[in-house]
Design a binder for this molecule. Structure first.
Ligand SMILES: Nc1nc2c(ncn2[C@@H]2O[C@H](COP(=O)(O)OP(=O)(O)OP(=O)(O)O)[C@@H](O)[C@H]2O)c(=O)[nH]1
Ligand SMILES: [Mg+2]
Length: 198
């Protein structure tokens, strides 16, 4: 039987970086040339199947407009991980990554984050070199840095796969740890019994 997981995933980053477009491409498989900003937050559901597991994803597509910023903190609790997006043609969206990390990690300072450089089809207009993106990834101990294009369909599934595989691996380790501590408790009990025998 396949293992089942349920994850709440945050999709964050400045306004217009392409959060809604990426999520829609991932969930519906289409490039929606949307210019409608997200009001507050949108929810989408998607299931990802790997060889031995099924993951139900609840995707929280957060409106990046500054006017919604006061609401953002309410969306964070319970999240398992996040995709943090910037637009490779927009330096301000990259500069604001630090602010977004601070918001996303308000409740969990180790929240797993994948850094995503969007609109890679516009590479010729890129303002953010890989070197700086990689530095940011390291500085905040993010899982990885990946460039995507929702327009031409580059790394769209890949970026979600990467985050989910990381979360599954992490939960696997947690189970292992629980088993180890259970074993340790068992051994303690045996030692107590043995001690009381003498
Ligand atoms: N060329 C190109 N344009 C993109 C890509 N992804 C998104 N866009 C465009 O960028 C604009 C903003 O996209 P949205 O997905 O609405 O941005 P958002 O991050 O959800 O914005 P907010 O909801 O306001 O926070 C739209 O005009 C999209 O068509 C991409 O991969 N390539
Ligand atoms: Mg949006």
């Amino acid at each position: 039987m396949k293992r089942q997981f349920f994850y709440k995933i945050l999709i964050a980053g400045d306004a217009s970086v392409g959060k809604t477009t990426l999520v829609r491409r991932f969930v519906d498989g289409v490039f929606v040339d949307t210019t409608t900003m997200t009001l507050g937050v949108d929810f989408l559901l998607k299931q990802i199947d790997f060889e031995d597991s099924i993951s139900q994803l609840q995707l929280w597509d957060i409106g990046g407009q500054i006017r919604f910023r006061f609401m953002v903190e309410k969306y964070i609790p319970g999240a398992a991980g996040a995709l943090l997006l910037f637009d490779i043609t927009s330096m301000p969206s990259f500069v604001n990554i630090a602010k977004w990390v601070q918001i996303l990690r308000t409740h969990d300072y180790k929240l797993p984050i994948v850094l995503v450089g969007t609109k890679y089809d516009l590479e010729e207009f890129s303002m953010v070199g890989d070197y700086y993106a990689e530095l940011t990834k390291k500085r905040f101990q993010m899982i990885d840095y990946i460039k995507t294009s929702a327009k031409i369909g580059l790394n769209v599934d890949g970026v979600f796969d990467l985050l989910i595989r990381h979360l599954i691996e992490k939960s696997g380790k947690m189970i292992d740890k629980a088993e180890v501590s259970e074993k340790a408790e068992e051994m303690d009990e045996w030692e107590e019994i043995e001690d009381s025998d003498f």
